[in-house]
Design a protein. Structure first.
Length: 572
């Protein structure tokens, strides 16, 4: 089957035009100049055409009136000389008069003559083949009152097309009687002249618009080209090519801009190189110190274990000191491990051991490992897992560490309220959310929680002995998977963290199957929310972002892990 090329749709063309309009300063200037100059040319053309039209018609009218006045005077002299006579003689006299008047030259151009008399026996006398009906009745009524008048209108000739013209009427008063003399002037010459002027104005205006637009494009290009070069160089600098510089030409404003830009780039390069060197020194220092502490720490651990195992034979103070030493040494070892892990991430030495993993088992493993902490926090960990496996290519150890950090923080700051862990997936990604109903986060703190050694509430005493590096390491582990780690918080309404990882390594995440902001923020108490989730879960709750993609929860999906096993609603 032959391939057919699809034409772009009108919507695509409009969106492309809008994008080009927004991105191109040169296009906007050229289009604005063309529009403004075209509008100016149109207005000037109308004004000029009106002036020419008025001048032509005014000159035509004045010449026509002058010709009609001369004709009236000649007609009055000739008819007065005739005096009273018979109708036949009068008709012959009028024919001679019309013939004489129509044969005279005129500055007003070609014309015809019509004489109308009141006598019924004498028909209107005309020159050539002009139709007497070309004289409008309204004009005849005015001339009958002995008033000179003129009017523009159609002039008809027998067997010829109707033309436009000027009709001037003059009253004739003589001893032979009262008559109406009409001169019918054609305005075709003036119409042709006006058309020529209009076409010339249109052509000149079009050429003028094109010239102005061309000048605007050339001038704008001289301004835009250096700006584009500067933007391209800035983008290459942002991409890490710190040696990029602008070429300085001349001594104008753009040369000053290029020189200042190069000075700024050189300064930034020096500072970045210094910071990179300092960072390498810091990373090396952290790694070396952590490794060097391993050997003495192992000796201290052995001695501490001996003291801790023999503490029953000590007096109470020494026994308590042995227990504190054991606990603090455990925390120190955890801090040391975290520092080593952070140093590996900083040195880009961390690697992934990917394997297809059912994330439900990872969530259950994390819930089991935090059982003792949940009991001390008098809190429940509520699991919401789909019935079908959620298999993703992940490093099981790192993902378990991320989830353990999230659940541990939720129990630490959850104020004894239930901690809800939800798992879902779609075509490209799997997501786990950890929701607590404790102190929450103030505005802006969701951007700080992943910083090293940052704590939401520094005044509180830790139950877990954390190092302050857990969420920072979690973020690095998530980045290794090309995933997302997001935080949401509302002060005194709890917080929610969302981990999103791709189902298949190398495939980007199109959307997360779970929202980062929980859907219970508009409801009342956390206890009611847990009970509401139990009631609605078995009915088949679907993906909040993409309907029909998420998985319904089975009846046994809510697993409670806690010290007392009570319903969270009872604890409020």
């Amino acid at each position: 089957m032959p391939a057919t090329a699809s034409m772009p749709s009108p919507t695509m063309m409009r969106s492309g035009a809008v994008m080009a309009w927004r991105r191109s300063l040169q296009l906007r200037v050229a289009a604005s100049t063309a529009l403004a100059s075209a509008l100016l040319v149109v207005v000037a053309g109308f004004v000029l055409s009106g002036q020419v039209r008025g001048g032509l018609l005014n000159a035509k009218k004045n010449a026509a009136i002058a010709q009609a006045d001369e004709g009236r005077a000649a007609a009055e002299r000739q008819l007065t000389a005739v005096g009273p006579t018979t109708d036949d003689f009068l008709r012959n006299s009028l024919y001679q008069l019309v013939s004489g008047l129509s044969s005279t030259g005129s500055n007003a151009g070609i014309f015809d003559v019509v004489i109308i008399t009141k006598a019924d026996a004498v028909q209107p006398v005309v020159s050539g083949h002009v139709d007497p009906g070309s004289v409008a009745p309204a004009l005849r009524k005015i001339v009958q009152r002995s008033i000179r008048a003129y009017q523009y209108g159609p002039i008809r000739h027998g067997g010829s097309p109707t033309t436009t013209g000027l009709v001037v009427g003059e009253p004739i008063v003589s001893s032979a009687g009262t008559f109406q003399l009409y001169y019918l002037f054609s305005t075709q010459t003036e119409a042709r002249t006006l058309s020529l002027v209009e076409h010339t104005v249109l052509l000149v205006g079009l050429l003028l618009v094109l010239m102005v637009v061309a000048i605007a494009v050339i001038v704008t290009r001289q301004v835009v080209a250096p700006v584009r070069r500067t933007a391209a160089t800035a983008e290459r600098l942002a991409a890490g090519h710190l040696e990029e510089r602008l070429t300085v030409r001349g001594a104008d404003d753009f040369a000053t801009l290029a020189s200042s830009f190069n000075d700024m780039a050189a300064s930034l390069q020096r500072q970045i190189v210094q910071l990179e060197a300092l960072s390498r020194v810091q990373q090396r220092f952290t790694s070396d110190v952590s490794h060097e502490l391993r050997t003495p720490l192992t000796t201290i651990r052995m001695a501490t274990d001996v003291l801790h195992s023999a503490r029953s034979g000590f007096d109470p103070d020494l026994a308590r000191a042995a227990e504190l030493l054991q606990n603090e040494l455990t925390r120190f070892e955890s801090l040391l491990s975290d520092l080593l892990e952070i140093s590996r991430h900083d040195a880009r030495a961390a690697t992934l051991d990917l394997e297809p993993t059912d994330l439900r088992s990872v969530v259950r493993e994390v819930a089991d490992s935090t059982h003792a902490l949940a009991a001390r926090a008098v809190s429940d960990v509520v699991l919401r897992l789909p019935a079908d496996p959620v298999v993703a290519d992940v490093d099981r150890r790192r993902i378990a560490r991320v989830l353990r950090n999230l659940v541990t923080n939720a129990l630490e700051y959850g104020a004894g309220m239930p901690v809800e862990v939800t798992l879902s997936d779609n075509e490209t990604a799997a997501a786990v959310t950890v929701r607590d109903h404790g102190i929450g986060l103030r505005a802006g703190e969701e951007l700080l929680v992943f910083n090293r050694f940052w704590r939401a509430d520094p005044s509180r005493t830790r139950r877990t002995g954390g190092t302050g590096l857990g969420l920072a390491i979690s973020r690095e582990d998530t980045n290794l998977h090309n995933g997302w780690l997001d935080a949401w918080g509302d002060y005194r309404n709890g917080a929610q963290f969302r981990l999103t990882v791709p189902l298949h390594s190398g495939r980007p995440i199109e959307s997360s199957p779970l929202p980062v902001e929980p859907d219970d923020t508009a409801d009342g108490s956390p206890g009611d929310l847990t009970a509401h989730a139990r009631a609605e879960g078995p009915a088949g709750r679907t993906d909040l972002h993409r309907p029909g993609v998420g998985r319904p929860w089975p009846d046994d999906a809510h697993v409670h892990v806690g010290g007392r096993g009570r319903d969270p609603a009872e604890r409020r």
